[in-house]
Design a protein around this ligand. Structure first.
Ligand code: CA
Length: 522
């Protein structure tokens, strides 16, 4: 009797005192804790509690997210950044424990300091070791996340991988015309001229479209070949940083020189005559009709045409080439993946469980959480091979786009704060994309990005008052010059004077005051 009692006591003691078993080390709370969430994104308008990724996160952490999204039917416009659903949520007076959205940054940086969201800095320092380590390794990202009051109010979706867009050209056309892959702007121009005149598609018609682009700003991108700039980030027409100062690319000398030459290229028929109007289907159309010669577009999707058109068009080879050297000999690739997005999630000020919530945010930065956010659930979308997640053959070959499949299970959500793992994408990038990326890896073409600023209220007022009309004016002149209405060289001094009249200097002043505060003098 006594023996048995002792044994039971020992057993019970062992169970209580033992380290939590392997399956439990990510548990945040002993009993399930429900936290409410608002989640808005064009691809997944609300948080689905049935997502396998949510179910797995529940099992591992004991935190259960419950969907309380309002305005799920309102589109979040990726272009102008309108966040109507978030405004509706704010107007309703009830902010769920967690708010995740695309384009969240400006919203929380405005309403956080006003008291609607919790500052995360201390919570991270005290309760989120994985996040803390992440930011200690990346101080520039931490600075970029700060609101004007110095606090961080959201955890972003952090893309991984360096490369986005690249220069592409028809290698088979170059071969047919006896040309080498262009190494500088002059050779690029000669190749485009040869495409225009040499009938490389062999149909006897002068129907080739030498340079085209799905997004017309990818024409403006070419000003980099004359040492101009078109943007400082992955957002078109953005400010950029030059020697510690924020500037706008469309007021620079290299830009003027670039636009002058692009207007000439346009006039000479080296640029798609419909560049400003053909729109997003232009790549699909011009490549599949065997008409398009060169573009600047995403590695993965553009490389894909080698597979889809390789059988239909004899010899078709539309492959990446290294950025041609500019007039001063610089090779730059202006576009790259930005390391931090304005999308992510935040903790509302009314949340009764801020510590558990920041621990939950931290979970997604653990090895297991990051894998779940990137690859889905083990045994469903992937299996572990040699200690690394590998998508199953069935998952990769069922004909559905990998990204869409992952959104459907609650993985790769941009409205969740998580660190992407490029490996997830490499596993379904085709051989041509990987070959192009390897080519770009041989050089050092990427340049630093402008990660944005957070204005205080006074700065915001100046920006809002002047910037929209200045931007409209810049774009209107830009297009007119390319199309041949007006002459950029003759108009330049008047153009700069008009920018000054319209308040560009005031805008640059607030950009720079915010920049200095945020990044400490650059
Ligand atoms: Ca032809």
């Amino acid at each position: 009797m006594r023996y048995l009692t002792l044994t039971s006591t020992l057993l019970a003691g062992t169970m209580l005192g033992a380290p939590v078993s392997a399956g439990d080390h990510l548990k945040i709370v002993d009993e399930p804790l429900e936290l409410s969430i608002q989640m808005n994104h064009a691809r997944y308008p609300r948080y689905e509690e049935s997502w396998p990724v949510e179910q797995e996160a529940r099992r591992l952490t004991n935190i259960h997210l419950k969907d309380f999204t309002v305005g799920a039917n309102l589109r979040v416009d990726e272009n102008d950044g309108r966040t109507e659903a978030l405004n509706l949520m704010l107007a309703s007076g009830k902010i769920p424990d967690i708010v995740g959205s695309s384009r969240l940054k400006d919203f929380v940086n405005q309403y956080g300091p006003e008291g609607a969201f919790l500052p995360l800095n201390d919570l991270i320092d005290e309760h989120a070791p994985n996040l803390k380590a992440f930011f200690e390794e990346r101080p520039a990202i931490k600075s970029a996340l700060s609101a004007a009051d110095g606090n961080m109010y959201y955890l972003p979706y952090l893309p991984d991988g360096k490369y986005g867009r690249a220069y592409f050209i028809r290698y088979d056309w170059l071969d047919a015309l006896g040309l080498n892959v262009p190494q500088n702007v002059e050779e690029f121009e000669q190749a485009l001229i040869a495409f225009r005149d040499g009938d490389p598609n062999g149909n006897g018609l002068k129907d080739e479209v030498p340079y085209f682009a799905r997004q017309w700003p990818e024409l403006i991108r070419l000003v980099t070949l004359w040492d101009g700039r078109s943007s400082g980030s992955d957002t078109y027409h953005d400010f950029y940083v030059d020697e510690g100062k924020v500037k706008h690319p469309y007021a620079g000398e290299g830009y003027r020189e670039g636009i002058k030459n692009l207007a000439r290229w346009y006039k000479e028929g080296l640029i798609d005559a419909e560049i400003f109007t053909r729109g997003s289907s232009s790549r699909e159309y011009l490549l599949s009709e065997n008409l398009g010669g060169a573009t600047h577009d995403w590695f993965a999707s553009t490389s894909g045409y080698n597979t889809s058109l390789g059988d239909r068009i004899d010899g078709f080879a539309f492959k990446a080439f290294t950025p041609p050297a500019s007039i001063s000999g610089k090779r730059i690739e202006e576009h790259r993946r930005i390391p931090i997005k304005p999308d992510g999630w935040a903790i509302s000020a009314t949340n009764k469980h801020p510590v558990e919530t920041i621990k939950y945010f931290d979970f997604w930065f653990t090895e297991e959480g990051r894998r779940l956010a990137n690859f889905g659930v083990e045994g469903q979308q992937y299996t572990m091979v040699d200690g690394k997640p590998k998508f199953t053959e069935e998952f990769l070959t069922n004909g559905k786009p990998v990204n869409n499949q992952l959104y459907e299970i609650g993985s790769q959500l941009h409205a969740r704060g998580f660190h992407q793992d490029y490996e997830y994408e490499r596993q379904w990038s085709n051989e041509f994309a990987l070959e192009g990326i390897a080519l770009y890896d041989e050089g050092d073409y990427l340049i630093d990005q402008f990660l944005g600023v957070a204005f205080n209220a006074d700065e915001q007022r100046v920006y809002d008052r002047y910037w929209p009309s200045i931007r409209d004016f810049m774009l209107e002149r830009q297009q007119a010059w390319v199309l041949g209405t007006g002459d950029v060289e003759a108009d330049w001094d008047d153009y700069l004077a008009e920018l000054d009249n319209m308040g560009l200097n005031q805008v640059l002043k607030v950009m720079n005051s915010a920049y200095q505060r945020q990044y400490g003098g650059g």
